[in-house]
Design a protein around this ligand. Structure first.
Ligand code: PBG
Length: 336
């Protein structure tokens, strides 16, 4: 026979057929939308160097934003707070009247139980040094102290739980953070509050726009003594296994795009634990800027990237694209 008898193209001839056999399906209910809540603004303010807005903690604009997302079937949110003042320990992070605590109480009062609210738990945006842990002087210079930081994380977790959070999301990469937080939550009676741990969080240049948004870049040194080395894969599994053992409900790989191999590796190694992937600020802005320059189609690139993250094995995708992607998916006008 001179002609091929095997013809994979048969399955790609028409859109309905491609949809029928597609191996990966994106759905807005997979997305978590990050929300920046800023105690220094009293109306929504455009963020410089990033797409999106700061919202004040107790404002109808915040409710409108969240409600619009829920209408688009995006029902999970990850909130970040920008406080009015900072200090060495990040004490605003566990203040009863801190920006996140007030926003949580307000969201619960206005919207009830339906939105699933995750709150990022870290001190880098609350401290005057910008590190995710507490610095300590040693003979070898300033280091980030692990165990004193855990005490601070435990206090933050308890105060977020008191204010109505569904899941706390520790992002500081301190050893034992999940265990410390789980114990604090359980001791205070918050056994139903969950933990989504940033288990495999790499030291990455792709956090650039986020750090400008939060003004949370470290004032000295970098984060390489606590975040993962981009050269390592097995180490991500070690971190994930420890977090699972310590009681994490959801584990995470972050960033997503340059770490698709890690997402696949973790999903295959720990298939029984929901896996989140964080499509971070730099990944998002690369698409926006390239589209602005007219060198790629932003919408197709967005769906291609989100699909790739899901295909690699992520059950949950944290993404700034959530609303745009949801609109496209709901309309059925996807490019594939
Ligand atoms: C804070 C934190 C960071 C991100 C989420 N939580 C940045 C960092 O480690 O400096 C990154 C999010 C993004 O870039 O979208 N610990």
């Amino acid at each position: 026979m001179r002609f091929p008898s095997l013809r994979p193209r048969r399955l790609r001839m028409f859109k309905a057929l491609r949809d029928l056999v597609a191996e990966t399906r994106l759905d807005p209910s997979k997305f978590i939308l990050p929300v920046f809540i800023n105690d220094n603004v009293d109306s929504p303010v455009k963020i410089k160097g990033f797409e999106g807005y700061y919202y004040p903690p107790e404002s109808p604009s915040l409710i409108e934003y969240i409600s619009k997302a829920m209408d688009l079937k995006v029902k999970a949110f990850l909130i970040f707070g920008i406080p009015r003042s900072r200090d060495y320990r990040g004490s605003q992070a566990w203040d009863k009247n801190g920006v996140v605590q007030r926003a949580l109480r307000y969201l619960r009062r206005e919207l009830g139980g339906e939105p699933i609210i995750f709150a990022d738990l870290c001190i880098c945006g609350y401290t005057d040094h910008g590190h995710c842990g507490l610095p300590r002087k040693t003979l070898k210079g300033d280091i980030i102290d692990n165990d004193s930081t855990l005490e601070v994380y435990a206090k933050i977790a308890e105060s977020y739980a008191e204010s109505g959070v569904d899941f706390v999301a520790p992002s500081g990469m301190m050893d034992g953070q999940v265990k410390a937080i789980r114990e604090a939550l359980d001791t205070a009676g918050f056994t139903d509050v969950g933990i989504m741990s940033y288990s495999a969080k790499y030291a990455s240049a792709f956090y650039g726009p986020f750090r400008v948004t939060m003004d949370s870049a470290p004032r000295f040194g970098d984060r390489r003594s606590y975040q993962l080395d981009p050269r390592n894969a097995s180490e991500a599994l070690k971190e994930v296994l420890m977090d699972v053992e310590e009681g994490a409900d959801i584990v995470m790989v972050k960033p997503a795009l340059a770490y698709l191999d890690i997402i696949r590796f973790i999903k295959e190694s720990v298939p029984h634990i929901p896996l989140a992937a964080y499509n971070v600020s730099g990944e998002y802005m690369m698409v926006k800027k390239a589209a602005e320059l007219g060198i790629i189609d932003g919408e197709i690139a967005m769906l291609e990237i989100l699909t790739a993250i899901a295909r690699a094995g992520a059950d949950v995708i944290i993404t700034y694209h959530a609303l745009e992607a949801a609109e496209l998916l709901n309309s059925g006008k996807t490019p594939f």
